[in-house]
Design a protein around this ligand. Structure first.
Ligand code: ZN
Length: 202
């Protein structure tokens, strides 16, 4: 199982980090040891003083595929979840300055929170609201229609480079509002009005 993540997929988030808008999807991968599930607490790692939350829609691949055309991409997933792409922003900024890969900042243990999955059957996938609250305050809010590359385009692009296997996860990018987590924070993520995850930071 692999966790494929898309960076810079929402314009407002690109602006808040002063990044350039990419002319193709930005892709990185987290190892399976990054997974954190079942509302388990997240422990801030010692090597960072600035771990950011990034709330993202996550899809699960349910069919083996390579070089998947956009028009067939919808055959490769049937469920969606909400996740957090925890990012050690201080570490990432250092690596970026040096032009080095982001893995230490993005792929560390438990940096990939994934909620339960729900069927996409009755959802308007290209018009899906999602949000993150911290300690009761709304910190991030997004709608899938704001994505630069939609889910099907992401699958088509990613599968040109990586064979997609059953059980692989794809994080689809974060909207604006990312920020630092602190010990004792309480994070709740929702898709529309449904609570998807509810856990604490330690
Ligand atoms: Zn992200």
């Amino acid at each position: 199982m692999k966790i494929i993540c898309i960076g810079r997929n929402y314009s407002e988030h690109i602006k808040e980090l002063n990044n350039e808008t990419p002319d193709e999807p930005v892709i990185f991968i987290k190892p399976d040891s990054a997974l954190l599930r079942n509302n388990a607490p997240f422990f801030i790692p010692d090597f960072s003083t600035e771990v950011h939350f990034e709330v993202e829609l996550v899809i699960k691949i349910n069919k083996l595929g390579k070089h998947i055309p956009v028009e067939f991409a919808k055959d490769y997933y049937s469920e969606i979840a909400l996740g957090i792409d925890f990012t050690a922003r201080d570490v990432q900024n250092n690596l970026k300055l040096k032009g080095l890969p982001w893995e230490k900042a993005k792929g560390f243990d438990h940096s990939a929170v994934i909620s339960k999955f729900i069927s996409i059957e009755n959802l308007e996938l290209n018009h899906l609201n999602f949000s993150l609250t911290r300690n009761g305050n709304l910190v991030q809010e997004g709608n899938s229609r704001q994505m630069i590359y939609n889910i099907d385009e992401i699958i088509a692009h990613v599968s040109q480079y990586f064979t997609l296997k059953i059980g692989d996860y794809i994080f689809t990018g974060t909207p604006s509002g990312v920020g630092k987590v602190n010990p004792d924070d309480h994070l709740i993520g929702k898709i529309e009005n449904q609570t998807m995850f509810d856990f604490r930071v330690k």
